[in-house]
Design a protein around this ligand. Structure first.
Ligand SMILES: Cc1cc2nc3c(=O)[nH]c(=O)nc-3n(C[C@H](O)[C@H](O)[C@H](O)COP(=O)(O)OP(=O)(O)OC[C@H]3O[C@@H](n4cnc5c(N)ncnc54)[C@H](O)[C@@H]3O)c2cc1C
Length: 388
């Protein structure tokens, strides 16, 4: 049997492993630095204590029970695609096909160590939770929540979870009877943060900011984070006791130690079939890949999964000697149920439509239900509904 090596145990890598294992035609190995998949979309409830860290994890061992691919827990440090080899901290693994799915790194900003984040390593969600706890114990404070962009790749910006966090913190404080003791401010260097989600979503967010007394500091370039706040290019300062910042994504530093072609922002260059043109037995999927497509494109979990399914399908096509390849670009869209603490908004955008449907109360439970559904389908306990 030919060997397929998948690097990364997130949505993209796990989806590829499941699909290839189902085909029973390959020896499938997944290398991951952690032994669980972290369901980032529902991790936003960890800092506000609406969910536990362990409930956001899906153990790879549980997925393996249904889909018995091999799992190697190790950290990849380099790739030699010309020699079909992946270098890990403890071993070198060879392959016939490689699927790069190890996500992205975050851009580094001056003073970033003075910030907390919801979009970094899973453990960082706990640090944010503990910092929020300590402020709540103090009884008052200033909370600043923001995100930045990557001028070299707009698809690497991640703003949705920042909006979700600020609305969730608002409701969390309100429930505790402390909202009036806290100043909540959102900051971002762009004039219209969230514009990628479409005009109606933007309008709804602005209305909620006004209703919930959330201050804005938009259109100012960030120069530095300090212990007491955020400094901007115009020499102004946003004072804060807690700064939560989502830096934009950039290609994983490990990719510099590979012979793979990289985009300007350091992501793996691919064609529509997620294939690296220079190395046709290598695929890159999910946040690790350089997306091509419309200006509003965004790196999202459901696109990572779609790319995972496509990569598996395309590898099978190569083996069959047929060329019925599947591409991702025609399926690019922005899709999210943006949680607002006491409800959610369904946001959808593609090249033809921009939709925003407010879903008070039920939206929150819909997102929770998605989390349960995703876990059950990944572990093979219930079948997947086509397209979901
Ligand atoms: C807070 C938050 C909320 C989000 N909400 C949504 C949402 O509502 N809807 C949506 O569609 N998307 C959402 N996203 C985006 C979505 O989670 C990502 O697009 C998705 O996780 C990308 O999947 P991936 O498999 O490419 O990468 P990741 O999920 O980042 O997985 C990468 C994997 O590779 C492993 N890895 C990394 N480096 C190495 C290494 N050197 N060696 C071995 N293993 C390694 C990691 O441990 C991890 O298992 C959200 C993201 C965040 C952070």
């Amino acid at each position: 049997m030919k060997k397929v090596l998948i690097i990364g145990g997130g949505f993209a890598g796990v989806q590829t492993a499941i699909e290839l294992q189902k085909s029973n035609q390959f020896e499938v190995t997944l290398v991951s630095e952690r032994d669980y998949l972290f369901m980032f979309p529902i991790s936003i409830w960890i800092p506000v204590r609406k969910t536990n860290f362990d409930d956001v994890k899906v153990s790879l061992a549980n997925i393996q029970k249904k889909y018995p691919f091999q799992v190697v827990i190790d950290r990849v440090t380099g790739i030699q695609a010309s020699q079909n080899q992946v270098i890990c901290e403890r071993q070198i693994i060879s392959y016939d096909y490689l699927v790069v799915a190890f996500g992205a790194d975050k851009m580094q900003h001056k003073g970033i160590e003075n910030t907390y984040t919801i979009c970094g390593k899973p453990q960082q969600t706990l640090e944010l939770r503990d910092k929020l706890d300590s402020l709540i114990q103090k009884g008052s404070g200033k909370i600043a929540i923001g995100f930045g962009g990557n001028p070299k790749d707009k698809s690497a910006l991640r703003g949705g979870p920042a909006f979700e966090m600020i609305f969730n913190i608002h409701h969390y404080l309100k429930k505790k009877g402390l909202r009036d003791k806290f100043e909540l401010t959102m900051f971002a260097p762009m004039e219209e943060p969230g514009a990628r989600m479409g005009k109606s979503a933007m309008k709804a967010i602005q209305t909620m900011f006004a209703q919930q007394n959330i201050q804005k500091r938009f259109g100012k370039k960030i120069t530095e984070f300090v212990e007491t706040g955020v400094l901007f290019e115009d020499e102004s300062k946003l004072d804060a006791d807690l700064i939560m910042f989502i830096a934009a994504g950039t290609g994983s530093a490990i990719l510099k130690n590979t012979d793979l072609p990289l985009s300007e922002a350091g992501f793996v260059k691919i064609n529509d079939f997620n294939q690296v043109v220079e190395f046709p037995n290598v695929f890159a999927i999910g946040d690790a890949a350089a997306y091509e497509g419309p200006e509003w494109k965004a790196k999202q979990g459901h696109i990572a999964e779609l790319m995972g399914r496509n990569a598996a399908h395309n590898i099978l096509q190569i083996e069959k000697g047929t060329a019925d390849f599947k591409g991702y670009q025609a399926h690019l869209n922005i899709l999210c149920v943006m949680d607002m603490g006491n409800g959610a908004a369904f946001v959808y955008r593609d090249s033809k439509r921009e939709i925003m449907i407010p879903m008070p109360i039920v939206g929150h439970w819909l997102k929770k239900a998605w989390g349960v559904y995703a876990k059950l389908t990944m572990t093979g306990k219930i079948p997947r509904i086509p397209g979901m």
